[in-house]
Design a protein around this ligand. Structure first.
Ligand SMILES: Cc1ncc(COP(=O)(O)O)c(C=O)c1O
Length: 480
């Protein structure tokens, strides 16, 4: 039946997608020719072409030169997965800020294809309801909210956060939580609570450049640990570093590290916790991607596995709802006094209205269905991007297969300098994150991170294709 709100080409695209999904058209088989399908479905050739172009953008069909359209090869990715990283094994000073600022100049600029910043599009965040709660709170109780809150933050919000955490086995009292300006302030407060300038922090490698920047700003050193793209840091290397006595704290992602996407299985998390407890070294965990899982269950944070451990848990609503609200939180039962002293010293408290709006949204329901939708879209985006990279990037490229989050880590052939590729891609209107910003020791300059935070469309599809062509040209260029 014709759907009134669909164009004819969209209707035809849906029909063909149905054939693929039902298995009538098999992966890698030839799709009906444009002439056949236009005749069968009673549409013009140009409508059929428009439909096939849409299906190509959606990754359902592939156009093969001189041979027509084929059903995309699902389940047969050809590119390998990167191996574990091999950082230097000694602590280093960090200086990534200059490079990161160069990336940030372009990453949020709408004129560039948005593969650079790990931020979901506004459309996906769909924070309209949250905005309405904020407007209502301002209208009804504006005077009440125009105050300094206690440094811990809004009690109703802390209660909602504690209630949600209980679902994945993290038993928190509202007083063990302090509201922060995003996850960034949570990590800053955590590091300030456990380390002094000059101390060494053990981290994943590669890791999110914002964590490196905080380490840099606090005059700490980073010890990059070998990290596997599926199950995280190498425990033998960590054990060695701990035995040498020079590690003040460990800073790891709880799940889906940015950029590798790795998550430790629970048993490995437990082993790491035992190791840290033996050496009395605190763990700072960043769980910002924990809610964006593609399998059936949310991975447990470390804190849920060791409620009595010396753990400082950091998170925010930036990846799921509202990066602009700047609301995050830190949880720790042992270190709260120090955290609050520093919270007060740095920012006094977080703004009251965004906290009130978030508390209202969490208590009124609807956040879970929003998260379910986001997970579906991210999973789909990651899958399509992965297939596009598989099709368009040079032989010898390796790419991760994350089970959550929304970034891919791409290891290019060693001859490609992703810093230079960054400049060439910018000239073509494409932004991605070059590998070097994810390292304290200036490695990964043949790697890059691609963000999948925007719904898949023609612009993204063409951007990845063009980036693949630039990478191929760079891989094939004679050495300087
Ligand atoms: C791992 C990780 N931690 C923290 C942040 C920053 O979070 P927020 O915007 O809440 O400060 C990001 C943002 O990209 C991130 O990827």
């Amino acid at each position: 039946m014709q759907q009134p709100d669909l164009h004819r080409y969209e209707e035809l695209a849906r029909f063909v997608t149905g054939l693929v999904e039902s298995g009538t058209l098999l992966p890698d088989s030839k799709a009906p020719s444009l002439r056949q399908i236009s005749k069968q479905r009673g549409v013009s050739l140009s409508t059929a072409l428009q439909a096939y172009r849409l299906l190509e953008d959606q990754g359902v069909l592939e156009a093969r030169p001189k041979s027509g359209f084929y059903v995309a090869r699902r389940g047969t990715l050809t590119l390998d997965v990167p191996g574990p990283s091999k950082p230097p094994g000694s602590a280093t000073d960090v200086s990534v800020s200059r490079l990161v600022l160069r990336l940030l100049d372009y990453a949020a600029d709408p004129d560039f294809v948005p593969l650079g910043c790990a931020i979901p599009s506004a459309e996906l965040l769909s924070a309209g309801r949250l905005d309405r709660y904020l407007a209502r709170a301002a209208r009804m109780k504006g005077l009440e909210y125009n105050v300094y809150t206690p440094p811990r933050g809004d009690l109703a919000l802390r209660q909602e956060i504690a209630r949600r955490a209980l679902r994945w086995g993290q038993a928190l009292a509202p007083d063990d939580i302090a509201i922060t300006c995003g996850c960034t302030e949570a990590v800053t407060l955590a590091l300030k609570a456990v380390a002094e300038p000059g101390d060494t922090i053990a981290i994943e490698s590669p890791t999110y450049f914002g964590l490196l920047q905080v380490i840099e700003a606090l005059n700490l050193k980073a010890l990059e640990l070998p990290t596997h793209p599926s199950d995280g840091v190498d425990l033998d290397s960590l054990a060695q570093a701990l035995a040498s006595g020079g590690v003040a704290a460990c800073l790891l992602s709880s799940s889906f590290n940015n950029p590798l996407g790795c998550t430790m299985p629970d048993e490995k998390k437990r082993e790491l916790l035992r190791l840290l407890a033996r050496h009395e070294v605190p763990l700072i965990e960043d769980d910002i991607y924990g809610e964006i899982y593609f399998d059936v269950e949310r991975p447990k944070p470390f804190m849920a596995l060791a409620p009595d451990g010396d753990i400082l848990y950091c998170n925010s609503f930036s990846k799921t709802l509202a990066p602009g609200y700047r609301v995050g939180w830190i949880a720790s039962s042992r270190r709260m006094r120090k955290i609050l002293e520093n919270k007060f010293a740095f920012t006094l408290c977080s703004p009251a209205l965004p906290q009130a709006a978030l508390a209202e949204l969490l208590s009124s329901g609807g956040y879970d269905s929003h998260l379910r939708r986001m997970r579906r879209v991210f999973k789909d985006n990651v899958e399509r991007t992965l297939r596009a990279v598989d099709r368009c990037f040079p032989a010898g490229t390796k790419v991760t297969r994350p089970a959550g989050g929304f970034v891919l880590w791409v290891e290019l052939p060693p001859a490609v300098d992703s810093g230079r590729l960054f400049e060439t891609a910018l000239a073509e209107g494409i932004c991605f994150a070059p590998g070097e910003v994810f390292s304290a020791s200036k490695r990964y300059n043949h790697c890059l991170r691609v963000s999948c935070g925007y719904p898949w469309d023609r612009r993204i599809a063409e951007g990845i294709q063009a980036l693949g062509a630039l990478a191929t040209a760079a891989a094939e260029a004679p050495p300087d």
